[in-house]
Design a protein around this ligand. Structure first.
Ligand SMILES: C[S@@+](CC[C@H](N)C(=O)[O-])C[C@H]1O[C@@H](n2cnc3c(N)ncnc32)[C@H](O)[C@@H]1O
Length: 212
């Protein structure tokens, strides 16, 4: 008997994956790390009809459910979710500099010190995303934990390939989400009146960071 979700969507093979083959089309490529129940991806696919979208979700059930929802909504040719751990999957993606924007909505729901080791958005993940982001590519992060927002700001400020691109010069903070779609957790926060801390950073053009 088939188990539920026993044919999960995966990246093909074991090695390099060329995104233009996996999510074909002419549109700009956007990545979401940890889409969970997928409200953002579904909404984003609707408001950005040119965009190609790839979600990387470590929970098998949600990768299966959301990939199927995208397919049923008619977005399957340009919007996919794969069941993978982003910490290893990003390193398999090719070519370098092919992603226009990456999203991480509420990636680290824990705030206690002992949970710091579990943090998904850390320097190695930033490095992996910076390899994929094109020149002037963007990274958008949201959290409802203020301490996390401060830690992410420090992480980005220390990264040589990233510059703040928020509302005010020199700041990564954004007062609202400009991307026309909300994640499930973002919706819950907004409905409950909880604060959402938003950060936008932009990749430096490669020529500016590569020595001659
Ligand atoms: C707090 S939930 C937020 C879900 C969704 N982004 C939202 O805002 O509603 C964090 C999500 O990140 C996923 N996640 C955690 N670690 C991950 C990893 N290493 N690779 C891919 N997804 C991961 C979790 O399974 C979960 O779906």
């Amino acid at each position: 008997m088939r188990e539920p979700y026993d044919d999960p969507p995966r990246l093909p093979g074991q090695g390099e994956v060329h995104l233009d083959a996996f999510v074909p089309g002419p549109g700009a490529l956007e990545l979401e790390i940890g889409p969970g129940r997928g409200a953002f991806l579904l909404g984003r696919a609707a408001v950005a009809p040119e965009a190609r979208l790839l979600g990387i979700e470590v929970r098998r059930k949600w990768a299966c459910v959301v990939d199927e929802r995208l397919r049923r909504a008619g977005f399957g040719a340009r919007a996919r979710v794969v069941w993978e751990d982003a910490r290893t999957a990003l390193g398999r993606l090719r070519p370098e500099a092919c992603v226009a924007r990456a999203y991480l909505h509420f990636p680290d729901p824990w705030w206690k010190k002992r949970h710091h080791k579990r943090r998904l958005l850390d320097r190695p993940l930033c490095d992996a995303l910076c390899r994929l982001l094109d020149d002037a590519g963007e990274l958008f992060v949201q959290t409802d934990v203020e301490e996390r927002a401060l830690a992410y700001e420090e992480l980005f400020a220390a990264h040589p390939a990233l510059a703040p691109a928020g509302d005010a010069p020199g700041s990564a903070r954004l007062s609202s989400n400009p991307f026309g779609a909300a994640s499930n957790r973002e919706r819950r926060c907004l409905e409950s009146g909880l604060p959402v801390y938003r950060l936008l950073v932009r990749r430096h053009p490669r020529a500016a960071t590569t020595p001659p």
